[in-house]
Design a binder for this molecule. Sequence first.
Ligand SMILES: [Zn+2]
Length: 413
Amino acid sequence: MGSSTAVKQDRLWQRHADMAKLGGTPKGGVNRQALSAEDAAARNLLASWAKARGFAVFTDAIGNLFVTRAGTDAAALPVMSGSHMDSQPTGGRFDGMYGVLAAFEALEALEDSGAKTRRPVMAVAWTNEEGSRFQPGAMGSAVFAGAYKLDEMLAQTDWKGVVLKDALAETLKAAPAPMRDGPPGFKVAGYVEAHIEQGPRLENEQKTIGVVTAIQGSRRYIVTIEGEEAHAGTTPRAARKDAYAAATRIATAMYEATTDKDDTLRFTIGRVEVSPGSPNTVPGKAVFTIDMRHPDNDALASYEAKLYEIARTKAVPCPAGIERVTNVAPTYFDKAVIDMVRSAANTLKLSNMDMPSGAGHDAMHIAKLCPSGMIFVPCERGISHNEIENAAPEDLAAGTKVLVEVLEALANR
Ligand SMILES: [Zn+2]
């Protein structure tokens, strides 16, 4: 076993408590939105801890914040771990922050045990993962990975009209850190992100560690059904082209077609609009959204084919049009990293299970750059994006121990 024995549960828990004060809400959560004064305060606190341990700190042009513990081979590519410090407006204290603090604890554990690693080990706090103030989310990691263009992201505005570039400049003025020259992004030898599960599976199955194999893909559609407006009192059934009735037939058939026995597919109709929206007029038009998520791209494609078939046959006599508005492919994590996470959990005698991630994470972008993986720990009742989000100190420490073992192995690979 490596440096995981040096992980200090109390120190890690106290750091969560200290960070939770920055943007703390009365219900015990946080409102620490991207590039806010609270975000700047969190950056300063992390940087102060880093300096106290003699770790180098720098930032990049999209505001990602890096903490480095040097390796013995100056030319070797670093291994990296982290997540995000921004939150939803009514967010919890563990979403994202756990991944940053677990990474920082890993650096401290390596330091405390006097471990020498060939590669540098870095902790990172990615800018704007939540995407609640500035769109899109997972911005810092996406720019780092080259998935989004820096200039386009700097031009984004929040709902008050504040330009991201200005908010970033203000944040970096309040939380100064040495700036790395050039566009964001550099070569990395491996990336592992720890995160609370944000779902109930680990708790339900009484497992401590989720060995994350993939991040599920998602496809979103807008279904538009054209009917014919008619008098609600006089029009016989056979003469009606009721757009809403057609929409319900499609919806019912889809709910049925998407009921898989292992409950993997996520199928949601979240918005329905019926027009003209008059109680005594047969609806002439119905528009609704479909959101489907699954870790297997082929499965998504086959459910999509079912949707087209059902829309064609069930909407009669109303024509139904389908527009696919998003298609995000699943992320498959690196097999070797997945194996390392599982075997570290087993070595540490921590109960574990393989699972895909239901939510998106920064790791989905970094996985395109280097061998990557994720470690999940349980959160109470699976509740997240909520001020009452909670996790157990011993679970947070357990996930961090796994992280230390994997990072140390990657850093000597
Ligand atoms: Zn998160």
